[in-house]
Design a protein. Structure first.
Lengths: 524, 283
């Protein structure tokens, strides 16, 4: 059965109006709840509507063959692009959204983990006692899917040793003692590329790889690998992800407002590398100032548009953003290149611009240190490798005891229990929350209410996938979608019985994915 | 009343029944699937709990595997040596003396002795907690106490004690090994049933690192592997963790039990001769 009907406003299609709305109403009756669908597209009661197709995947194949010209969906003013499902958690952005990015103090100790990205860890090229310049290479990529790491400060290598890692356990890291004189005098930069338009794309990709750039939204996939599609595929669209749909986080927002020029330049470079015709900057509607600012910056560019997305979680998830902006649906088990789209975080675009125009490797990033327990929540411009404890000190410390500390956003971030962890390439937020009420984590039995099914942005059945995941039943867990879960946590958020849905699915997901990969290999 | 109708009905239905019965009988004889009579015989002997401890899908799977010589006759742990002997009789093979085993929990870090690194609110399971920075326990080798093993046990041989460590009810334990597989930290092991002493720790760190997290953890002093602590031999060091060799001739782990400075060894059966009340019983 098709899962949803999509309605798109078309003032010039009055003739379709009646039939379109009728189909919608019928669907409303035939399904337990279509509330999500209608509000999701923001079309309830709008003047005209048209059913485009029963499934977007179908529409894409039929009407938009790869490579055919298209435009980003252009909704009427005041309407925002979106996808099916999702939730709207309290935003809590008021803590920091008006606070400008502040340069954090130079750290007293720098810890650079060799594994800050998806893929093989970097191989260290420095040894104990080596004197470093800021920006110097510390570790080269350990494989094709890997990224280089650089020193954010001038100083001396204390040791290369195991250090607590944000993903759990101890992982090898280069520990650096910054030079006493401030250490900022000497930078070792790469040759700037002043006119990237005249350089071959391969050179630009090489530079991105040399600068150690990875996806800065949190997934940390090496950008140099992502921008080159596999053979037989090409990108026609590059979407810059400025949705920042996680509650609390505001660093991308501030980055767009304060350093928008470089973000746009980064997007231009991405367009050149991929040869894509369209560049879209997608921003959630709760950041009207950022939308206006970037619209102003890109008003002369024919290829780049800025679109407003509905305020909804997980609007910034790759597949959901593609769906919202282009209407295309990434096939099951597929990646965005299958629908010719490249998605990059705005922070990544900023890092690319710095690497190309200034030759600067990825050694700094914006992050939000926030939460009700923090004395002075701030948006910080931080050198990678700075221990969390030092940043917390600069924000006035904690107001209460026994906080919950989350690295990343509250929905998808990792809970941590130590403050000596370093800021890594994928750290977008440091969140300090009060201890939860005890009943918040007491599970009740599944009510079979279907709320999780209604809101799942991947159209899965979280309640059953979770049950089977806990029972270790690979077949059934996969049938109900454990392999396609994006781990956004919407289901756990919405569950009235407070079941650990996404947590349970995450338990079995690696095994399900492994089996799926084995099956794919066997089929070849 | 017309009795003819009754008669015809009985005759026709009876005739049909007879016909189908005959057909079934013929077909059953002609197309019979040949089943090794031994399989059925063995299946009757097996406990029928379908615990899967043998590694085959249920008792029927194991019976087939044994009959075809694929699985060893001692493969059914719940049945024990008596069953192995019976199966051996059916198959006409002699059974080497199968050793009865029992599960032991190799961790003594209860709530009192082992420190927690943080409070865990997630899915109340060891396998889930293990994935969040190696679990809430400060000792990354110790028992997490959420009871994955208790859930895995089909014979009610494991219960979660109030101190946060599982307790083996040895009378119920069939050594099927389900708990060994379920434990994400490899804390539960099967040892011969008549071994009175085992090592109650699997921590592979040394000295200070262990003492920081647990007051009854093995610090890797290697005393038990040396002549001084264990004159009868049978213990070798694997890194910082002693490995007990239960097959070693004339081993007696009562000596290291007395020598161990951290009292990591556990006595689960009373000592021969004099009762040794000093050590807590594992069960």
């Amino acid at each position: 059965m098709t899962r949803f009907v999509e309605v798109i406003a078309r003032r010039d299609c009055k003739s379709f109006f009646t039939s379109g709305m009728e189909i919608c109403r019928r669907r409303v009756k035939s399904r337990p709840s279509l509330r999500g669908d209608l509000t999701a597209t923001g079309q309830r009661g709008c003047g005209s509507g048209r059913v485009v197709a029963k499934s977007t995947a179908f529409r894409y194949q039929k009407h938009e063959p790869p490579g055919a010209p298209w435009r980003a969906r252009q909704p009427e003013d005041g309407m925002a692009l979106t996808f099916k499902g999702g939730i709207h958690p309290p935003e809590f952005k008021h803590f920091t959204e008006d606070k400008a990015l502040v340069e954090a103090r130079r750290p007293g100790l720098v810890v650079i983990p060799l594994a800050q990205h998806i893929g093989a860890p970097a191989k260290p090229v420095v040894g104990k006692g080596d004197t470093l310049k800021a920006g110097q290479l510390l570790g080269e990529p350990g494989g094709f899917v890997s990224a280089a790491v650089h020193s954010p400060v001038a100083g001396k290598v204390l040791k290369i040793a195991d250090h607590p890692h944000a993903m759990g356990g101890l992982k090898p890291a280069v520990i650096i003692e910054p030079a006493e004189d401030g250490g900022d005098g000497e930078w070792e930069l790469m040759e700037p590329i002043a006119e990237p338009g005249r350089v071959e794309p391969e050179k630009l990709v090489e530079r991105i790889r040399a600068a150690g750039i990875v996806g800065m939204g949190g997934a940390t996939f090496p950008t140099s690998v992502k921008v080159v599609p596999p053979k037989g595929h090409e990108f026609d669209t590059v979407i810059l992800n400025g949705a920042e749909c996680e509650p609390f986080l505001t660093c991308d927002h501030r980055l767009m407002l304060e350093r928008g020029e470089k973000i746009v330049r980064g997007l231009e470079i991405l367009l050149q590398i991929t040869g894509a015709r369209n560049g879209v900057i997608a921003i959630e509607a709760n950041k009207p100032d950022a939308v206006a600012h970037l619209k102003e910056l890109t008003k002369d560019s024919a290829r780049i548009s800025v679109v407003k997305c509905k305020v909804k979680y997980p609007q910034g998830a790759e597949k959901q953003l593609i769906k919202a902006v282009t209407g295309r649906e990434v096939p099951v088990g597929g990646l965005p290149f299958a629908v010719n789209v490249l998605v990059q975080n705005v922070g990544t675009a900023y890092a690319i611009a710095e690497a190309i125009y200034e030759g600067k490797p990825l050694v700094e990033r914006a992050l939000t240190l926030t939460g009700p327990l923090v004395s002075e929540p701030k948006n910080l411009w931080v050198r990678l490798g700075t221990p969390v404890s030092e940043l917390l000190e600069q924000c006035g410390g904690l107001k209460g005891e026994a906080a919950r500390f989350i690295m990343g956003g509250p929905m998808m971030g990792m809970a941590q229990h130590r403050f000596d962890l370093p800021v890594a390439k994928g750290t977008s937020g440091l969140l300090f929350l009060p201890p939860p009420p005890p009943e918040a984590f007491t599970e009740g039995p599944c009510l079979r209410c279907g709320k999780c099914v209604d809101i799942c942005p991947m159209n899965l059945v979280p309640c059953d996938a979770a049950l089977y995941s806990r029972a270790g039943n690979l077949d059934e867990a996969e049938r109900y979608g454990a392999a396609d879960c994006i781990e956004c946590g919407s289901c756990s958020f919405v569950c009235p019985a407070k079941r650990h849905l996404v947590q349970s699915i995450k338990l079995l997901k690696p095994s399900v994915l492994k089996r799926r990969a084995e099956r794919a290999r066997a089929a070849k | 009343m017309d009795y003819d109708i009754l008669l015809y009905a009985m005759l026709s239905l009876g005739g049909l029944g007879l016909l189908f019965g005959l057909a079934l009988a013929v077909v059953a004889k002609k197309f019979a699937v040949e089943v090794d009579p031994k399989v059925e015989e063995i299946l009757d002997l097996l406990p029928g709990a379908n615990c899967g401890g043998c590694g085959y899908p249920g008792c029927a799977g194991y019976a087939e595997a044994v009959a075809s010589g694929e699985a060893p006759v001692t493969g059914c742990a719940p049945g024990g040596p008596e069953l192995a002997e019976q199966i051996g009789k059916v198959l006409g093979v002699s059974v080497e003396n199968a050793v009865r085993k029992v599960a032991v929990v190799r961790c003594r870090g209860d709530k009192e002795h082992a420190r927690d690194a943080f409070t865990y609110y997630g899915v109340p399971r060891c396998s889930a907690a293990q994935r969040l920075d190696d679990g809430p326990k400060a000792c990354v080798y110790g028992c997490l106490g959420f009871g994955d093993c208790v859930e895995a046990c089909k014979f009610d041989a494991l219960v979660m004690g109030s101190d946060g460590l599982p307790v083996v009810i040895e009378d119920n334990c069939t050594a099927c090994g389900a708990c060994v597989t379920a434990c994400p930290r490899d804390i539960i092991a099967l040892i011969p049933y008549d071994e009175p002493v085992f090592l109650g720790c699997v921590n592979r760190d040394r000295g200070k690192a262990v003492k920081e997290v647990c007051s009854v953890g093995c610090i890797g002093c290697s005393l038990c592997s040396r002549e001084k602590g264990n004159p009868n031999g049978g213990i070798k060091m694997d890194g910082a963790l002693p490995v007990l060799d239960f097959d070693h001739e004339d081993h007696d782990f009562s000596d290291p039990l007395r020598a161990c400075p951290m009292s990591c060894f556990v006595r689960r059966l009373p000592a021969e001769g004099a009762a040794d009340d000093e050590n807590e019983d594992a069960a």
